[in-house]
Ligand binder design. Structure first.
Ligand code: 13P
Ligand code: ZN
Length: 271
């Protein structure tokens, strides 16, 4: 059996959480990540028959039956993950009936997966329907995006179009736009269901006054989406009190889409 501390999926979680902390996206225990893993990869490092603990789910995760995930722990600080992955991370597998999951590695100090596990698993179910290669759900609390949800209309079309106008590349990176949820209590099935509904046809969902969910086939893709949205929000908050003299028009956004061969969300460009 290989040394799990050297597994690429453990190393990648250590590097990503450190990077997110460095960017100020994950104060204290803020943020969580889950990444779907292939069985042969996991079973090169772990005995699949050695279950440490079984915990219940109060929703139906059966579309993910048998799937392995590496996830961050609840209450754990991203800044500490790389120093002690075995306490701050865990590898879980969804039980065949989808009503429970097994911990096969990690959470050694008695911890458990993130309180946002319902949202993560429900998002995985929906994104896998849209993209069978989907793997990553990432949540964090970037400063400018949070600030923007206090001062900008939360209408999805308006929010998306403001982001698209802040940096030329935004419409190329997320042509489907962003989903936006009003403030809700976090860490439960209800916010999970509301988020999963939006994540079906967006890879990004914003929680007002809380943070963002980014998804993707790779850690880089989920990270890059969040990074791009946060940069656009930073431009928006930076120019907020200044008179805007020029911006990117809908005609220009349309010509960007033509140049890059992408289709923006239907009905969002008024040309
Ligand atoms: P956890 O520590 O349970 O992952 O919660 C952090 C968070 O960001 C909740 O939305
Ligand atoms: Zn959060």
């Amino acid at each position: 059996m290989n040394n799990i501390f050297e597994a690429p999926f453990v190393r990648e979680m250590c590097e990503t959480t450190a990077n997110m902390y460095r960017l100020g996206w994950d104060e204290r225990n803020g943020g969580n990540i889950s990444c779907r893993l292939d069985a042969p990869m996991v079973e090169a490092y772990l005995d699949p028959g050695r279950v440490l603990r079984t915990l219940t789910l109060d929703f139906d995760a059966s579309p993910l039956a048998g799937q392995y995930f590496i996830v961050t722990g609840t209450g754990k600080y991203f800044k500490n993950v790389k120093h002690c992955p075995q306490d701050n991370l865990g590898v879980i597998r969804i039980r065949p009936d989808g009503r429970a999951y097994e911990i096969l590695w990690g959470f050694e100090d008695g911890g458990r997966p993130t309180s946002e596990l319902p949202t993560h698993l429900m998002n995985h179910v929906q994104r896998l329907k849209a993209d069978p290669k989907h793997r990553v759900v990432m949540h964090c609390h970037p400063l400018n995006l949070l600030a923007m949800t206090f001062v900008h209309d939360l209408d999805e079309k308006k929010f998306t179009k403001t982001l698209w106008r802040m940096c030329t590349e935004c419409i190329v990176v997320f042509p489907e736009g962003v989903g936006v949820l009003p403030w809700m209590v976090c860490g439960n099935d209800a916010i999970g269901e509301a988020t999963a509904q939006k994540i079906r046809d967006h890879r990004i969902v914003i929680w007002a006054a809380h943070g963002i969910f980014g998804t993707g086939e790779t850690m880089d893709e989920a990270f890059g989406l969040i990074e791009t949205v946060e940069k656009a929000a930073q431009v928006y908050m930076t120019i907020g009190r200044m008179p805007v003299r020029q911006s990117i028009t809908d005609v220009q956004l349309r010509s960007l889409c033509q140049a890059f061969g992408i289709r923006p969300r239907a009905g969002y460009l008024d040309v």
